[in-house]
Design a protein around this ligand. Structure first.
Ligand SMILES: [Cu+2]
Length: 549
């Protein structure tokens, strides 16, 4: 299905449109910045890379009760999120933000803390120079509250969301979803988290003496390049854009002071495209096991002892790291381990395309400039350094049971096949590229379906996300060896596959079968989306409309 010619023709028109719109969002006159090979003058980013390599680590910002990623509990009050240009641009946060003011406190990209069953009223105010909309990633809301991009909010206009929290306790998140502009706006800094709380979550906190902001810490992760601009190359559009530095909670290259006890770390991968292979290591490199307790859909039924898990774009993991056996002065590193990014086919062709341009001097489709990354996908890096500073007494035990997650009854389920692949310059689902208003996949409400998502062996990994519904991963088949080595059960499932999910990474050559209960309390047909959450793929049309009737 995929040919060299297909990949080379990643449309220059498509790329040029992206470029001009990005320039517009940055307030740059498009005509003043020609599309040329010197888009990234070498000195610019070389200087920044040197600085970050030699600079000491910075203290991690732990979100507090205001400010960047501050915890904002609406408790029935309406909250206005203003999408706008940041006034105090820091290198780790991008240039855009969701600003909010609540009970006299100011927030930037607030973490909304809500209770299961709570009614939430949010007004999105658009102070950007272009249209936007907010998608509530993982929340089961009606189509009009989902922010699926069918309705956009024009500059200086507002949009009102009003929904009930129907989901289990977990870390959900929100980000823009205007089709074709999602990658730009998210990369430039528009994202935040939603923490849903319920009895299962409170029981865990009580059992382990966890205090949010002290021993329970959200880690909102995004990889960024030097400067504050989104200018993907043709290769970036084909593979997904990966940055050169990691920012956690808006801080580049961070460390965290800890004590000799159990910490709960809640990771959100808000990167456009990067996958992490999360592990903990001593400075000597030995792996230190941790306990996975949750994922996108909340707490797992039981804790799982792990040495490593993959975390794809948009996925979340909830983990416990036990530091009781460490000593004051010890270091522990949360790393991403090396892995094969499995996009060799696209990479080879895009690279040869670029070489061809150099040889002939003639511009070819999608080769307007190339970006030489400092942190290629799959290469190892320390994400966060934990510095043991204090000895404390701690004798709590991790509960053996975390939550009840009943299996979805698939006895009467219809199976629906999906194929992920590449043709004619675009990533596709079932050979289709998304178009607004195109015929959707139609699903009967209150029925159970199984979806078999098959990824071509010549493809690359795709993080598939369904709006509006959580699903159960039933099985992984024909997984690549690197993935199969991490299987937890005969169905080929990984530690992160248990419980419920809203995003699942499907590797090349792999088939993932999921079950979805399309129970829907909202009247009338509701339109959702099924798409790859690699934001460059999504904006390029790797997305299908799903209509639940
Ligand atoms: Cu993809």
């Amino acid at each position: 299905m995929q040919t060299t010619a297909d990949i080379i023709t990643l449309s220059l028109d498509y790329y040029r449109r992206r470029f001009l719109r990005s320039a517009a969002l940055l307030g740059v006159a498009a005509g003043a910045r020609p599309l040329s090979a010197d888009r990234f003058p070498a000195l610019d980013f070389a200087a920044d890379i040197c600085a970050s390599a030699s600079a000491p680590l910075q203290k991690l910002t732990i979100p507090g009760e205001s400010g960047y990623l501050g915890r904002l509990a609406p408790r029935g009050m309406a909250v206005t999120l203003t999408a706008r240009q940041r006034k105090d641009s820091r290198s780790g946060t991008g240039t855009l933000e969701y600003a909010a003011s609540h009970r006299g406190r100011l927030y930037s990209n607030p973490v909304l803390v809500v209770e299961r069953g709570e009614r939430v009223r949010i007004r999105l105010a658009n102070a950007l120079p272009e249209s936007t909309i907010v998608h509530w990633h993982g929340l089961s809301v009606s189509a009009s509250n989902d922010g699926n991009g069918s309705v956009l909010v024009a500059p200086s206009k507002t949009y009102d969301y009003d929904f009930e929290i129907r989901n289990r306790s977990a870390m959900y998140w929100y980000h823009p979803h205007p089709h074709g502009r999602t990658a730009d706006q998210t990369y430039l800094g528009l994202f935040g988290a939603v923490l849903v709380e319920d009895d299962a979550d409170r029981a865990l906190r009580a059992a382990l003496d966890l205090i949010p902001g002290q021993t329970e810490i959200p880690l909102v992760m995004q990889d960024r390049r030097a400067g504050n601009a989104y200018f993907p190359s043709s290769m970036d559009l084909a593979r997904g854009l990966v940055g050169d530095d990691l920012c956690i909670n808006g801080v580049r290259d961070a460390y965290l002071d800890v004590a000799t006890r159990v910490y709960r770390l809640r990771l959100l991968n808000a990167a456009n495209a990067r996958t992490f292979r999360v592990a903990f290591r001593t400075p000597e490199g030995s792996l230190v096991p941790f306990t996975l307790i949750g994922n996108d859909g909340g707490l797992l039924p039981t804790p799982i002892r792990c040495e490593q898990v993959f975390l794809a774009t948009a996925e979340r993991i909830d983990l416990l790291i036990d530091l009781r056996d460490t000593n004051v002065g010890d270091l522990l590193r949360m790393d991403t381990l090396a892995f094969d990014p499995m996009y060799a086919k696209v990479a080879e062709v895009a690279a040869s395309d670029h070489a061809g341009m150099g040889a002939t001097g003639q511009p070819k489709a999608g080769s307007a400039h190339e970006y030489v990354g400092q942190w290629p996908e799959g290469s190892p890096r320390t994400l966060l350094e934990l510095r043991v500073r204090k000895r404390v007494a701690y004798d709590r035990a991790i509960p053996a049971r975390l939550s009840d997650v009943p299996a979805i009854d698939v006895a009467a389920a219809n199976e629906r096949p999906f194929r992920l692949g590449f043709a004619k310059g675009r990533w596709r689902i079932n050979d289709r590229v998304f178009e607004m208003g195109a015929a959707p996949i139609e699903v009967q409400r209150n029925t159970v379906e199984t979806w078999l998502i098959r990824n071509y062996h010549t493809s690359m990994p795709h993080a598939m996300h369904l709006h509006g519904f959580h699903f159960e991963v039933l099985a992984r088949e024909t997984s690549p060896d690197e993935i199969a080595a991490l299987q937890q059960d005969p169905q080929g499932r990984l530690a992160t596959d248990f419980g419920r999910k809203d995003t699942v990474l499907v590797w090349p050559g792999e088939s993932v079968r999921i079950a979805i209960d399309f129970i829907l309390p909202f009247p009338g047909p509701q339109s959702y989306l099924f798409h790859c959450h690699n934001l460059e793929h999504e904006d390029g049309g790797m997305m299908l409309p799903v209509l639940v009737v």
